[in-house]
Design a protein around this ligand. Sequence first.
Ligand code: PMP
Length: 283
Amino acid sequence: MSRIVYVNGSYVPTSEAYVHINDRGYQFADGVYEGVSVRGGKTIDLEPHLDRLWRSMTELDMSAPMGRAPMRLVLKEVIRRNRVADGFLYLQVTRGEAVRDHAFPEVSIPSFVVTCRRLSFDAVRARAAKGVAASTQPDIRWGRCDIKSTSLLPNILAKQAAREAGAFEAVLVDKDGFVTEGSSTNIWIVTKDGKLQTRTIEDNILAGITRARVKTIAEGLQMAVEEGRFTVEDAKDAQEMFFTSSTSCAMPIVELDGQKIGDGTPGPVAQRLIDAYFSYTDD
Ligand code: PMP
């Protein structure tokens, strides 16, 4: 079955979906995006994702392509037309088409694209049951990683370097040796004394929606959560390590740069969080 996507007012098969070659998203990565998971036909944490999308657009002085209410309808319709029960909904807004010039055009109509593909959460859970390897990579990104911009070259390069090192995810490390986040995930550790730690969102990282949800879940389970900095050595010394994102939920990292984390298998804290996260859906 051909996928149906939404592009600037129309629902069309992917093969008929186009944006203009002068679109600033194509030329400058002058765009923002969101990735939302869909489980049992329902979105997970849609409202916080829309809050973050609006925040990203506002920070870049970009107009919204439509209001939130019609946007919700478009998203629902893309899920429906693709008959997706479990999947990944992708939304992208760019500043739109304009004659190439770095400065913002005086007038431009934002371009809005929505796609939805199937994603097996059974496969995600199967991966989580084994855990994954990660590889540290230098964080060479810009100073506004709080904006969810499509400008992702440093993230792509880090992920590729990790894959070439035989790892699944890159753990980004700042100049002072502290872990910031993953190439497309937030990183967590469980310290020797059982505390959950993750980097504060003030420190030039993306405020992950799954990070926030997992934090709420952990606190609800009476787990101690501390936002702060930890080094690569702290991570290697931790009982457990995992990353969070909309598509990976809470994914145990069982090896970092070839060194086992804990006993080299997924730990009980991550497993409890995964179970709790999978029973959460939007109302
Ligand atoms: N950090 C970065 C750099 C990301 O790209 C992502 C996912 N897009 C995340 C963290 C996780 O965010 P979320 O939980 O909202 O998917």
